[in-house]
Design a protein around this ligand. Structure first.
Ligand code: FEO
Ligand code: CA
Length: 570
């Protein structure tokens, strides 16, 4: 089979739990739910920064810079073997990209658009479900449906999303994000009716670390002392400039616990996994009608009801009206580092990377061995960020420091002429001179508003191409052109398009520079116009060492077809 992680992601991502036997039931449950799973699709940015649409409107007229439509692409499911090869070269992403290998472009059969309840893959590929929801860490199969919170805490979670495989062609550790899971999913209950119900839902979330190996019957999970579940009640720690901030302390005195809404991911050259907390706001609510969201909470989309998980009705940590837990909300929205080899190591929330609805964390080794992390904040009109480590990451690690704890955070401004600027988010920026660094890192969205970042159309994944450019998906922005929204222009194809596009940029100075050049790689609407091979709502993206760009969709597809995995081969 092709790339294990890619296949599992496609089967178990936003739409499906990776459990084919139960997929239809789960899909029905999901469709019946009132929870808004596209919950990032609610703009909360009322700053007057220019929208990306404004910039795009100006820039897209220079159509000669576009890479072209999808006609040149082969539309297929599942990665070629080169993706697997890349999985064992975690340090391959350098400032200059990777020299293209001499391989045939794409050698499998494109499949037509599908509209069926089951996944369809190219005939050259096969798939096997290896880690469905309820898979026990101890290798003894799966717990029965209706599992307890204790059982859920020691088995695979739900809402499979980003993942990374730390291993070779035969065996290794697979880290898997579990993005969502309600009592409806787990127990068939619309709402929790006890703390135990809440705990089940909480334990569906987080990350699973599993040893997998290839045997005579293909890949499977095996018992291993490194197998581990991390969920909403797992002890965690904070590190970096805001770690000791009062903004992360509660008068209840509770220790930091948990990670949730684990969306996309990243991995580091030193062998750790990065899990990214996205729509954390949806898990909080208020049991008191007197409670009012602060300006900061409003900017992060926090309200009295959340997404309908209703954890706050039984767990005071998630009740915004509980005075003892006044800053619990600030403990979520981070990039969390996990050592897949050490089950005793606490997950670490890296505050230097800022707090927002983190989609993913694309790690690049920049000039001078400095670590550069590109990150999207997935909400309409929110921003793209990058972090640059203070020094050579190898020297920092040798000195006992994490390269993710010292450095500078920036937000992106895309200029009309195809250039861009990385706006420093620190008190050194005159726009933030009255802010402390911990306030900037905890209330990052508000800091980026003041710095003047460009409002984007829901930044999702970012990946580095073989050409050394960063490719970022902007999945859609359904507010485009609505009354009161800026930038509406019917003559511009982007504005007619609620289906998103893909942008790419190239930083100056080996990824360290404050400037970049950018252009558009693909506009989904253009693929509709060409007919046949259509896609919308690009989300996952992966640049492989041969120059291919893999794209996963997540959301409405033209013709109400299924989500797809695509590859652009040239
Ligand atoms: Fe969890 Fe923006 O996708
Ligand atoms: Ca999405």
């Amino acid at each position: 089979m092709g790339n294990l992680a890619a296949v599992a992601e496609a089967l178990g991502g936003h739409v499906w739990a990776a459990d084919v036997s139960n997929e239809i039931t789960q899909r029905q449950q999901r469709d019946n739910m009132t929870i808004n799973f596209d919950s990032e699709d609610i703009g909360s940015n009322t700053s007057d920064n220019r929208t990306f649409e404004d910039v795009l409107t100006s820039f897209v007229s220079r159509r000669s810079v576009l890479a072209g439509g999808a006609a040149a692409a082969a539309f297929v499911f599942a990665g070629a073997s080169s993706v697997k090869a890349s999985a064992v070269e975690p340090t391959r992403r350098t400032a200059s990209g990777v020299a293209a290998r001499k391989r045939p472009p794409i050698n499998f059969t494109s499949i037509p658009l599908q509209n069926s309840p089951m996944p369809t893959i190219a005939p050259e590929y096969q798939y096997k479900v290896i880690l469905p929801w309820r898979t026990r860490l101890d290798g003894k199969g799966e717990f029965a449906y209706g599992l307890s919170s204790d059982q859920q805490a020691i088995s695979a979670g739900l809402g499979h999303d980003g993942m990374w495989y730390f291993g070779d062609d035969k065996k290794g550790m697979l880290a898997v994000n579990y993005e969502y899971g309600t009592t409806t999913h787990a127990l068939g209950k619309a709402l929790p009716t006890s703390l135990e119900d809440v705990r089940v839902s909480q334990h569906l979330h987080g990350v699973g670390i599993f040893y997998i190996e290839e045997g005579p019957k293909g890949w499977s999970m095996k018992k291993d002392k490194r197998n581990r579940r991390i969920h909403v009640n797992t002890p965690v720690e904070f590190s970096g400039p805001a770690a000791n901030s009062d903004l992360l302390k509660n008068s209840a005195g509770n220790e930091p616990q948990g990670t949730l809404n684990n969306c996309a991911n990243g991995y580091t050259p030193w062998g750790t996994y990065l899990t990214c907390e996205e729509n954390f706001n949806g898990y909080f609510g208020s049991t008191s009608t007197a409670w009012k969201a602060t300006a900061e909470e409003t900017r992060y989309g926090v309200n009295a009801s959340g997404f309908g998980y209703a954890w706050h009705t039984f767990d005071p940590r998630f009740d915004r009206s509980q005075p003892g837990y006044q800053n619990e909300i600030n403990r979520f929205g981070w990039v969390v580092e996990i050592d897949p080899e050490n089950p005793k190591a606490k997950p670490v929330k890296r505050t230097a990377l800022g707090r927002f609805k983190h989609e993913g964390a694309e790690v690049v080794v920049g000039k001078g061995n400095r670590i550069v992390v590109y990150m999207g904040d997935d909400e309409r009109f929110d921003y793209i960020y990058k972090f640059v480590s203070a020094r050579d990451h190898k020297k920092m690690i040798a000195a006992g420091k994490s390269p993710l704890d010292e450095g500078t955070l920036y937000a992106a401004r895309f200029n009309d002429d195809g250039t861009g600027n990385w706006l420093e988010l620190s008190p050194s920026n005159p726009a933030l001179s009255s802010w402390t660094i911990d306030k900037i890192l905890v209330h990052t969205r508000l800091a980026a508003d003041l710095a003047g970042a460009t409002k984007m159309d829901r930044p999702e994944w970012i990946s580095t191409g073989a050409d050394g450019w960063q490719y970022g998906t902007l999945t859609n922005n359904t507010n485009r052109g609505r009354t009161g929204q800026p930038g509406v222009n019917a003559a511009n194809p982007i504005r007619q398009n609620a289906s998103g596009h893909i942008i790419r940029w190239k930083d100056s100075d080996g990824n360290l520079g404050g400037t970049f050049q950018w252009n558009l790689f693909m506009i989904a609407q253009e693929t509709f116009d060409e007919g046949g091979q259509m896609f919308g709502s690009p989300d996952g993206i992966w640049g492989d060492p041969d120059g291919r760009i893999f794209i996963q969709t997540d959301g409405a597809q033209p013709g109400a077809n299924n989500d797809q995995m695509l590859v652009r081969a040239s």
